[in-house]
Design a protein around this ligand. Structure first.
Ligand SMILES: [Fe+2]
Length: 137
């Protein structure tokens, strides 16, 4: 299965912690996709999904903490985007656990939401935030 989202330096923000967290999220997604055909148990797939979830939540918390501490004017809008992502991600996970346990369906859903969302969010919202943070940190 081909990689859904490939790291590109266009996503760099210049804020070290944010860049390293973004890379971890990409790595988690690609690991899941590269291994999806060879992972034997649902539990193992769920472990990988939980890993991506952990990286994502950890990362959103970091950004939100910066935004609050430094009075980022777009805080609510940016946080809303994070919340929307978490909701969609949770739905995909829920469907995989309780409704449709086909890994390919999971892969297609993750592909659509994560690749599109991350690509847009990193190049827009996170770049705007980074621009602000670079003047403050
Ligand atoms: Fe963000």
């Amino acid at each position: 299965m081909k990689k859904i989202i490939i790291w590109d330096d266009k996503y760099l923000t210049g804020i070290e912690i944010i860049d390293s967290q973004h890379k971890k999220i990409f790595k988690g997604i690609n690991e899941l996709f590269n291994d999806i055909e060879s992972i034997e148990t649902k539990e193992k797939i769920l472990e990988k999904i939980r890993c991506i979830d952990f990286y994502t939540v950890e990362h959103f918390d970091t950004e939100e903490k910066y935004m609050l501490e430094l009075n980022y004017p777009e805080y609510f809008e940016h946080k809303k985007a994070h919340e929307e992502f978490k909701k969609v991600y949770e739905e995909i996970r829920y469907n995989y656990i309780y409704k449709e346990d086909n890994v390919y369906v999971l892969a297609i859903h993750l592909n659509h939401t994560m690749a599109d969302w991350l690509d847009y969010h990193l190049q827009n919202k996170d770049q705007q935030l980074a621009e602000f943070l670079r003047t403050k940190l």
